[in-house]
Design a protein around this ligand. Structure first.
Ligand SMILES: Cc1cc2nc3c(=O)[nH]c(=O)nc-3n(C[C@H](O)[C@H](O)[C@H](O)COP(=O)(O)OP(=O)(O)OC[C@H]3O[C@@H](n4cnc5c(N)ncnc54)[C@H](O)[C@@H]3O)c2cc1C
Length: 410
């Protein structure tokens, strides 16, 4: 058993940290405050480093990496971006494209992969996820959006509404082939078995979008879609028709690794900021760090952070093993580790940001420190994005104790 990152993984981390510290970190506040999102020169610089290609095979323009390590590289990437942009805008933008490109490679048709992945690897296409509807996000079985096959048109006709989805403005800005992996019902009478996961390019006729006014991650838009007879060719189906529920759950596990990585990267940076501040700020003749009321709380935060980081590393590794060598781990084993990380990382990051603000006193309540941006950003993952915290607990209860503890079924 070896818990260390490899030499190559460490070199990659070091290289991107250097670039992100110099180029992204000084712009994080501006990204959070400006209306026009993440600047093009930042995404172009990230693309040049190969960041958008870590989950994409070389034949589609990605980086030459071992297949079973792709998610580990993505986890390192998102962690480092979050250290540099505590608003969570750039890390979430990146994790969506990395995570859902990974799924397009796993489930997409050859034609779809050739259409999307090379441009995604260059940072020229946004790839998102689209499951939530105005009626609710946790209960995916209850979605109402349909895509019914039409023989005359030789296409699925998409109708319905999606809500609280990340990236509509970014899709508009980057243009085709940007879009979202979308969960729909192709056979509404068949419950979970009638669900299909399908690629929906954002620029097709019959699509309208709106943008909401969020409280955090201001550099990345969240909005809603309305679909009216949008024509989707069969080549856009991800995996098998009728098996979309399982494909989306597989995707959520990979995406949740990256969500947790974003929260942990931000938390790690916040704890560093707190360490520096409490070393130099004195009250009653001593630095704040000398008071156990502060240093012991920081030590508690460190312990929790270290434990969740290690567990996440295990989760990313497990998924990589399972995807390259199916049967290595059961779905339940993976679900429990990933749900644990997704349930723990966002509130932990929130607490570490809040503690840091407290150590900074009144200064912590100003926008001179980036801590309040982190607090607002990670709240998105507490209220629900990529699966609510209570839903993660439900998954763990179901997969550990079985149907008697399954809150999702009567
Ligand atoms: C900033 C942001 C970005 C987002 N981006 C995307 C995106 O890109 N794509 C996308 O598809 N969706 C996105 N979402 C939506 C997200 O997936 C949903 O918020 C999430 O699925 C929860 O759905 P809901 O908000 O409708 O809450 P509901 O399902 O209505 O749940 C409300 C609350 O009840 C809790 N809850 C639900 N069921 C139970 C239960 N059985 N027991 C106990 N508690 C329960 C939930 O955890 C939640 O706290 C985003 C959300 C946010 C805030």
């Amino acid at each position: 058993m070896d818990f260390r990152y490899s030499t190559e993984q460490n070199l990659y981390r070091q290289a991107i940290r250097e670039w992100l510290t110099k180029n992204l970190e000084p712009r994080a506040r501006a990204i959070d405050e400006a209306e026009d999102g993440i600047p093009d020169d930042i995404t172009a610089g990230m693309a040049e480093l190969g960041i958008f290609g870590v989950t994409i095979p070389e034949e589609y323009g990605g980086l030459p990496l071992p297949e079973d390590e792709r998610l580990i590289y993505a986890m390192i990437t998102v962690h480092e971006i979050a250290r540099a942009d505590l608003s969570m805008s750039t890390p979430v933008y990146t994790l969506l494209t990395l995570g859902w490109s990974y799924m397009i490679n796993r489930y997409g048709t050859e034609e779809l992969k050739r259409e999307i992945l090379p441009l995604a690897a260059q940072g020229k296409a946004f790839v998102g996820i689209n499951t939530t509807e105005p009626g609710g996000g946790s209960d995916l079985g209850a979605i109402k959006t349909t895509a019914i096959w039409n023989d005359d048109k030789q296409a699925f006709l998409l109708n319905g509404e999606k809500a609280y989805v990340s990236g509509p403005k970014e899709c508009a800005k980057l243009g085709p082939p940007s879009g979202h992996c979308t969960l729909v019902k192709t056979d509404p009478a068949s419950g979970h078995k009638g669900m299909t996961f399908i690629w929906v390019p954002a620029h097709l006729d019959g699509i309208q979008w709106t943008v909401y006014d969020d409280m955090g991650r201001m550099g990345l838009s969240t909005g809603g879609w309305i679909y009216k007879d949008v024509e989707l060719p069969r080549k856009y189906v991800l995996g098998e028709e009728g098996k979309g529920f399982y494909a989306v759950m597989d995707g959520f596990n990979a995406a949740r690794v990256l969500v947790a990585a974003a929260c942990l990267g931000g938390a790690e940076k916040a704890l560093e900021i707190s360490g520096e501040y409490t070393a130099q700020r004195t009250t009653f003749g001593k630095p704040l760090g000398k008071y156990e009321g502060i240093s012991f709380e920081m030590a508690d935060d460190y312990m929790m952070l270290d434990m969740v980081k290690l567990n996440l590393q295990r989760g990313a590794w497990m998924i990589g093993q399972e995807h390259t060598n199916p049967g290595t781990f059961s779905r339940k084993e993976i679900n429990k580790v990933i749900s644990t990380c997704k349930c723990q990382a966002p509130p932990l990051a929130h607490e570490i940001a809040r503690h840091g603000m407290m150590y900074h006193g009144a200064f912590g309540y100003t926008k001179e420190t980036p801590l309040e941006m982190l607090l607002r950003g990670v709240m998105s993952y507490e209220v629900g994005a990529e699966g609510g915290l209570m839903v993660m607990r439900g998954v763990i209860a179901r997969d550990e104790w079985g149907e008697t503890h399954n809150p999702f079924k009567d």
